[in-house]
Design a binder for this molecule. Structure first.
Ligand code: NAP
Length: 253
């Protein structure tokens, strides 16, 4: 028996990148997975990969910033797969700029997707977890939570994810729900590729330069994060709650 047999997992922003690998990993751990992304089209490849491997998945279009969209998506997951037991708040965007050039809209977009999205999905999911006294929530933070030039919005959001994680762990622990955060360092995905493109740096060169600064001498892969999330939602981690696990190839801070 796999560790998540009979459980239902929701992964937001699961169309690609870290969310995509996490959805595939949780499906291979036995969960039926709701692959949530901004459009139906964005979910197709991840759902197909899970099904091809013999797993169960549905694609769910949802803008995590939108309350009605999240409530409708959570209700659809419950009716098609069953009560949500695992939630990974992974959807994310960047709108980098120095603070004197940052628009209020770029601030709102980043805080909206990361923090409001995590709040809306966590509130919806815990309502399905509490009656069964079992749940696992994992929030994606970042090493940028400690501050990063050009990322005042993103750093605030990712630091906010850590406080949000701890508050939820305190509130939901009595109901059998563990809440933790994973804070990745440099992971090679479309997100980091777009940063390279925006700053006019070759992506391969950017990874090479980053590798030289990282103690384990490589950049991270989405699978590195998926593996830690798989552990955090496992019974082996049932006494771990309210923690932030940095996954960055070396110490942080
Ligand atoms: P990614 O490749 O850009 O994937 C993010 C996914 O989230 C995309 O599929 C995106 O859809 C989706 N998304 C964006 N806004 C959404 C919304 N409003 N509603 C639903 N889905 C939405 O990013 P990633 O690198 O895998 O990052 C995943 C998470 O890890 C993020 O929270 C990120 O901040 C965090 N993280 C990443 C790194 C890194 O180095 N890559 C480091 C630390 C933390 P679209 O197709 O619309 O873009």
């Amino acid at each position: 028996m796999s560790q998540l047999d009979g459980k239902v997992a929701v992964v937001t922003g699961a169309g690609r990148g870290i969310g995509g690998r996490t959805a595939v990993r949780l499906a291979s751990d036995g969960a039926a997975v709701a692959v949530v992304d901004i459009s139906d089209e964005a979910t197709v490849a991840t759902v197909a990969e899970i099904e091809a491997a013999g797993g169960r998945a549905i694609g769910v279009a949802c803008d995590v910033r939108d309350e009605e969209s999240v409530l409708a998506a959570a209700a659809r997951v419950q009716s098609e797969l069953g009560d949500i037991g695992v939630l990974v708040n992974n959807a994310g965007v960047l709108r980098d700029n120095l603070v004197f050039k940052m628009s209020a809209s770029d601030w709102d977009t980043v805080l909206g997707v990361h923090l409001r999205g995590a709040f809306l999905w966590s509130r919806a999911a815990q309502a399905q977890m509490v009656p069964g006294r079992w749940g696992k929530i994992v929030n994606l933070s970042s090493t940028s939570a400690t501050g990063n030039r050009g990322q005042a919005n993103y750093s605030a959001a990712k630091a906010g994810m850590q406080g949000f994680t701890k508050a939820l762990a305190i509130e939901l622990g009595p109901f059998g729900i563990n809440v933790n955060a994973v804070a990745p360092g440099f992971i090679a995905t479309d997100m980091t590729r777009s940063t390279a493109e925006r700053t006019g740096v070759d992506f391969e060169q950017m990874q090479k330069a980053a590798s030289e600064r990282i103690p384990v001498r490589r950049v991270g892969r989405p699978e590195d994060i998926a593996g830690v999330i798989s552990f955090l939602v496992s019974e082996d981690a049932s006494y771990v709650s309210g923690q932030v696990i940095y996954v960055a190839g070396g110490p942080v801070g």
